[in-house]
Design a protein around this ligand. Structure first.
Ligand code: APR
Length: 236
């Protein structure tokens, strides 16, 4: 089984999604400014402050029953998790193979020389507008989160493993993603093109919905805990 997850799987843990109109993170900030390579170059202090706040938020929440269900499937199947989320809730729920195609907010590196940064990052319980990022011990460059911004390439290793996980799957479960951000959104499409059934779990219609094998208009926490038992019926 291959799971392809987006912000919606963490919504019921209390992490706002990106594109939900009223509560989404993008409703409050300009996504391009705050999550792009250009935005970082123009205002690293604003970008750093915003990610520190998200880092706090993601550290403060717990995995929910959807993350736990995916982890529990490992008792019955060979499970690969491809996530667009930069939180670590799949790992904390117990999933052992998680591919972060958009990086992780729990790793940091130097923007100039790429050295990993293991220093402390300040706790930021409330959002503030500006915090200067730390400097790299090796070259003096600015430290940034290990997340993929608009205008950047996806990490090769995570991407290669994700493609393999999709093409070798018996079933792909796409859960909690608006399916609009490529190339990640192309992974369920690749499954469909290869004849691998795709189950979409999302309360809302997405561009993937018309081509998905099965669409479940349910929340992740409602759908995932019983999904394994429903598979024979859902897939005929
Ligand atoms: N259960 C399942 N799905 C949900 C739930 C829930 N409880 N709540 C919301 N959703 C769905 C929404 O209907 C929406 O389709 O989750 C989706 C969230 O979509 P986005 O906010 O666009 O998040 P995502 O698809 O992960 O975004 C992809 O875009 O901004 C970039 O890098 C960022 O990784 C992110 C990428």
């Amino acid at each position: 089984m291959t799971v392809f997850s987006g912000a919606g799987i963490s919504a019921e843990s209390g992490v706002p999604t990106f594109r939900d109109v009223e509560t989404g993170l993008w409703a409050k900030v300009d996504p391009y400014e705050i999550s792009s390579a250009d935005g970082w170059r123009a205002h690293p202090d604003r970008v750093w402050a915003w990610y520190l706040w998200r880092h706090h938020m993601m550290s403060a929440v717990a995995p929910n029953n959807a993350h736990r269900a995916v982890a529990a499937w490992e008792d019955y199947a060979d499970v690969h998790v491809i996530t667009q989320n930069v939180d670590n809730l799949h790992e904390r729920a117990g999933s052992s193979r998680v591919y972060h195609v958009h990086g992780s907010l729990f790793e940091f590196h130097c923007d100039v020389c790429g050295s990993a940064y293991h220093g402390a990052v300040p706790d930021m319980p409330e959002p503030v507008e500006s915090v200067d990022p730390p400097h790299c011990d090796t070259c003096g460059g600015l430290i940034r989160p290990n997340v993929v911004w608009f205008g950047e390439a996806l990490p090769d290793d995570a991407w290669d493993k994700s493609v393999q996980a999709v093409v070798n799957a018996d079933v792909v479960v796409s859960v909690g993603t608006s399916s609009v951000v490529y190339p990640a959104a192309g992974l369920p499409e690749l499954a469909i093109a290869r004849g691998v059934p795709v189950i979409e779990v999302n309360p809302e219609e997405t561009p993937l919905s018309p081509s998905a094998t099965v669409t479940l208009r349910e929340s992740a926490v409602a759908a995932l805990p019983g999904l394994l038992q429903r598979l024979p019926v859902l897939l005929g």
